[in-house]
Design a protein around this ligand. Structure first.
Ligand code: SF4
Length: 252
């Protein structure tokens, strides 16, 4: 077991160390806001490789569009998203999102994302199959809202470093990360555009290069960097700390 440290939170230093080691991750790799939303639904309980296959099918069928998905026969949509697994459930949920967008915002993502963050978050959470991670991924990566996405890697790393304990809820961790990263001053800001040969970085895309506020940009970058740390080093069964940029922060 790892000891739980008091909340003298050092996440800013973690961010700098990860960014220094691996630079820009260009997450989320998408050409449009709707592609991010579709990806967020499809990414549940599967690998990104499978999501890419399903997105490719949707792109080839010119179906990366809410109106097209809304009007498409369900069986056709199921066939297109099949590579992402749970395809019946995911196709239905994507259709439900497209219907929600039409009924509540006349099909306009501009109108939807113009809502205050907290109110829109509640609306997204009320949709079938949208939990906090999916809602916040949509808010941050499609809507450029200033929210941090907490995933299993975030929780695992913070727990192993004694920064949160196992009882911490999603929103508690999210607020902790947001507070810490938002507090970075201009003098401590990492220089944008750092490119390092990084094994899992994505190619720049329209969405990953969008203009963001400084705090939103940090939330965006940090999530991608944490995913990389989780994939390369902080494995579920046994962490491989050797060479991990966060090794020097481990509690003794
Ligand atoms: S692998 Fe990295 S993030 Fe995970 S416990 Fe070790 S040093 Fe920390």
């Amino acid at each position: 077991m790892y000891p739980v440290r008091p909340p003298d939170f050092e996440l800013r230093a973690y961010y700098a160390a990860l960014y220094d080691a691996w630079g820009e991750q260009h997450w989320w790799p998408a050409q449009s806001r709707f592609e991010v939303i579709a990806g967020a639904y499809l990414a549940q309980n599967t690998s990104w490789k499978n999501v890419e296959k399903a997105l490719r099918n949707l792109r080839r069928s010119r179906a990366l569009n809410a109106a097209v998905i809304r009007d498409m026969p369900l069986a056709r949509l199921e066939a297109l998203v099949r590579p992402a697994g749970y395809f019946r459930q995911k196709a239905l949920r994507l259709k439900q999102f497209a219907c929600f967008l039409q009924e509540r915002y006349q099909g306009s993502l501009d109108r939807m994302f113009a809502q205050p963050t907290a109110a829109l978050r509640q609306e997204l959470l009320a949709l079938n199959g949208v939990g906090p991670e999916t809602a916040d991924s949509i808010l941050l990566y499609a809507g450029a809202h200033s929210v941090f996405v907490v995933d299993a890697y975030t929780r695992r790393i913070l727990e192993r470093h004694g920064l949160v304990d196992q009882r911490a809820g999603y929103d508690q961790i999210r607020e902790l990360c947001e507070r810490s990263l938002a507090a970075i001053g201009a003098a401590d800001e990492v220089a944008p555009g750092r490119t390092v040969p990084s094994p899992l970085a994505h190619r720049p895309s329209r969405m990953s290069c969008a203009r963001l506020s400084p705090a939103t940009r940090r939330y965006n970058q940090m999530h991608g960097l944490i995913v990389l740390a989780g994939k390369l080093h902080c494995h579920k069964q046994a962490p491989n700390c050797e060479g991990c940029p966060l090794q020097r922060f481990l509690p003794s």
